[in-house]
Design a protein around this ligand. Structure first.
Ligand code: HEC
Length: 199
């Protein structure tokens, strides 16, 4: 009797921990998924504000930028050691075949997050610097990047690759909602290229 109880308890604990671990991911795969999810949640929380649905809060932008910055760049690439695409992972093998591109995208996200923090002083809808046409940067709305990769992002990925992407100093001068869109595209561009489709 006692033994059965113990077994049952251990069994249900195990089930609970598996459910919480991104369909069985463990170790470094789990760790990078957790980082990605932390960024997703932060971006998701900020989206209504960027769309003007709730009052603008500069500090919330700075907090979100810090969360993204903390999980991007080298912190991110360090969590993708060669061959770490086990069954629980959605990482594509292309990551290691084209490591330079993957790395550049992770670094780019870090830079854009830094620019986002600086742009927190430029509320949504504030004046654009100069005459530059930024319509191509707007892409879509940020909420698209949560789960599945959207077909919409396909077209955006070339832009994020490098040369056409605005530099961080310029981004820092832009209205914050535009910089936010650029950050969201930095996520999506990498997912389009380096993450497999989810069901
Ligand atoms: C340099 C490439 C890259 C960038 C930039 C990037 N991601 Fe990811 N992301 C990935 C890869 C690869 C995976 C799949 C990881 C795995 O399953 O092992 C992933 C997975 C995810 C997941 C799923 C996590 C899970 O529990 O399975 C979410 C959510 C996510 N990313 C959100 C974001 C957000 C939000 C951003 C931007 C703020 C971002 N990502 C930026 C490459 C990137």
């Amino acid at each position: 009797m006692k033994k059965t109880l113990v077994t049952l308890t251990a069994g249900s604990l195990l089930a609970a921990s598996i459910a919480a671990s991104h369909e069985g991911a463990t170790g470094i795969v789990r760790e990078r998924m957790d980082g990605m999810v932390a960024m997703r949640d932060a971006v998701r929380d900020l989206t209504p504000m960027m769309q003007g649905q709730v009052e603008y809060d500069r500090d919330a932008v700075i907090d979100t930028a810090a969360i993204i910055e903390r999980h991007a760049g080298e912190t991110m690439t360090a969590l993708f050691p060669e061959g770490s695409d086990d069954d629980a992972s959605y990482a594509r093998a292309e990551i290691w075949q084209d490591w330079a591109t993957f790395e550049a995208m992770a670094m780019r996200l870090e830079l854009v997050a830094g620019a986002l923090a600086e742009a927190a002083d430029n509320p949504p809808g504030s004046a654009m610097p100069g005459q530059m046409d930024n319509s191509t940067m707007m892409g879509g709305n940020a909420s698209m990047m949560g789960g599945g990769s959207s077909t919409m992002m396909g077209g955006g990925s070339a832009m994020m690759g490098g040369s056409v992407a605005p530099d961080p100093a310029m981004l820092a001068q832009m209205p914050v909602d535009r910089v936010f869109a650029v950050a969201a595209q930095a996520c999506s561009a990498c997912h389009t290229q380096f993450r497999t489709e989810r069901d």
